[in-house]
Design a protein around this ligand. Structure first.
Ligand SMILES: [Zn+2]
Length: 373
C-alpha cells in the first residue's frame, strides 16, 4: 500500500555534501564543474508534498501527523458549512432520503471551525479506514457505533463527551456542533498516539503535466471551433473538454461544478447556488473531482425515523470519472478490501495521477449518470 517514494538515497546525500563543499563562496578550485553540480542541487531541493492532497508543504510537521476525518452535514439548514475549503480529501455520500453528507479529511491544512458535525453512517468505516484518520462525528445508530468500535478506527465520538467540540449559539441544534481540527487532533493524540507516516492515498501530477493538460484543452477548443459545420460525427476529439459537471443528487443537494480556466479549479454549486464557506464567504473550489459510481443496498441499519441507511458498496469495483483541468478522464475504481485505498485506473489500467490541491470524491448511485457540457 505504501507509495512513499520520496526518501533521498544515501548516495545522493553524500554527493550533495561533497558538491556543497566546493560551492563555498571563494572556493573555485573546480570552477565550472562545481557550479554545474551546485546548480543541480539548487534546482532540486527535496519537495515536501502532502500525501493526501499533493499540496506542497513547508514543514514535515504538517504531514507527519494523524489525518482528521470530520463528518459534516449537508442539510439545507446546515449551509453554509465551515471548513470544507481546508480539507485535502472530501467524500460526498448519500444518506436516508437522498440528503448527502460529507467526510472531510484534513492533513496539511487545519480548519477552525469545521462543521456542522453530525452522526456516522455504516459506509464511513470502509471509507475512512485506509486513511488511518481520527474519526470525528456526533454519535450514530447503535449498530453503526458497534461496527466502528469493532473496526478499531481511532474514534473520537462527540457523544462520548470530548470537550474538543462546542455548540455555536448562532445556530439551532442539531445544526450547531463545531470543532477545530487542531483541537480534535490534540484530543485524539492523547488516546491514540500516532507515530510514523501517512500512507499516500493518490499520486499527483507535476507542474509540467498540468501545463500540458491546459495546452491540450486550449488546442482541443481551437480544433473544435475550426471544424467545418455540416459534418457531424466525423470529428474525433483528442481531449474531452468539460465546462460544467452536473451531479444528480436529490433536489436540495443537486451539485454543479463549473470550470474556471483562470484558477484551473472547479467552482462548486449546490441546489443552483454557489456553495460557500461560512467563515470566508468564498465559493468552494476543487482541483480534482472524482465521480465514483456505487451500488446502493439496504444496510438494515435504521435512522431515528426508521428509514434504512443505505450501504454504499465502496469496497469492490465499478465505473468512475475523473475531472481535472477542465477535462474528463474515463476511469474504473477498485478497492480490494477495507484496508486498501481506492485506486482510480484509466482505460489502459494505469493509475490516474491527480491535480494537487483538493480532491472531492462524489459517490453517485450506479443507476444515475452525471452529465457534462
Ligand atoms: Zn494536504
Amino acid at each position: 500500500m505504501s507509495r512513499n517514494k520520496r526518501s533521498l538515497p544515501a548516495l545522493f546525500l553524500i554527493t550533495a555534501v561533497i558538491a556543497a563543499l566546493f560551492l563555498v563562496p571563494g572556493c573555485s578550485w573546480f570552477g565550472g564543474e562545481g557550479e554545474q553540480s551546485g546548480k543541480k542541487l539548487r534546482e532540486e531541493p527535496e519537495r515536501l508534498t502532502c500525501p493526501l492532497c499533493g499540496s506542497e508543504v513547508a514543514d514535515r510537521s504538517a504531514i507527519d501527523r494523524r489525518p482528521v476525518a470530520v463528518k459534516v452535514e449537508n442539510d439545507p439548514d446546515a449551509r453554509p458549512q465551515s471548513g470544507l475549503d481546508k480539507a485535502g480529501v472530501v467524500y460526498e455520500e448519500i444518506t436516508e432520503g437522498g440528503i448527502t453528507r460529507f467526510i472531510a479529511i484534513y492533513l496539511c491544512r487545519d480548519a477552525d471551525p469545521v462543521g456542522p458535525i453530525r452522526s456516522a453512517r455504516p459506509a464511513d468505516i470502509d471509507i475512512i479506514y485506509p486513511y488511518d484518520a481520527l474519526f470525528c462525528h456526533c454519535g450514530g445508530a447503535p449498530k453503526t457505533l458497534s461496527m466502528i468500535k469493532q473496526s478499531k478506527i481511532a474514534d473520537l465520538d462527540e457523544f462520548v463527551g470530548y470537550d474538543a467540540y462546542w455548540r455555536f449559539t448562532g445556530r439551532r441544534a442539531p445544526h450547531n456542533l463545531y470543532a477545530g481540527t487542531a483541537q480534535l487532533r490534540q484530543a485524539g493524540d492523547a488516546i491514540y498516539p500516532f507515530e510514523g507516516k501517512v500512507d499516500a492515498a493518490f499520486e499527483f501530477l507535476d507542474r509540467d503535466d498540468l501545463d500540458k493538460m491546459a495546452a491540450d484543452r486550449a488546442g482541443e477548443m481551437e480544433r473544435a471551433a475550426a471544424e467545418p459545420a455540416g459534418e457531424p460525427g466525423e470529428y474525433q476529439p483528442l481531449t474531452t473538454v468539460v465546462n460544467n459537471i452536473y451531479i444528480p443528487y436529490t433536489g436540495v443537494c443537486k451539485v454543479q461544478y463549473a470550470y474556471d480556466i483562470a484558477s484551473g479549479k472547479f467552482l462548486r454549486f449546490v441546489a443552483g447556488l454557489p456553495h460557500t464557506d461560512l467563515t470566508t464567504g468564498g465559493q468552494l473550489s476543487v482541483d480534482t473531482v472524482i465521480v465514483q459510481y456505487v451500488t446502493l443496498s439496504a444496510s438494515g441499519i435504521k435512522d431515528v425515523r426508521g428509514v434504512d441507511s443505505p450501504d454504499l458498496g465502496v469496497a469492490g469495483s465499478g465505473r468512475a470519472q475523473v475531472f481535472m483541468m477542465g477535462q474528463l478522464i474515463d476511469a474504473n475504481w477498485e478497492k480490494a478490501s477495507r484496508g486498501w485505498h481506492t485506486r482510480y485506473l484509466d482505460n489502459s489500467g494505469n493509475e490516474i495521477k491527480l491535480k494537487p490541491g483538493s480532491v472531492w470524491i462524489q459517490l453517485v448511485p450506479a443507476t444515475e449518470q452525471v452529465s457534462i457540457d
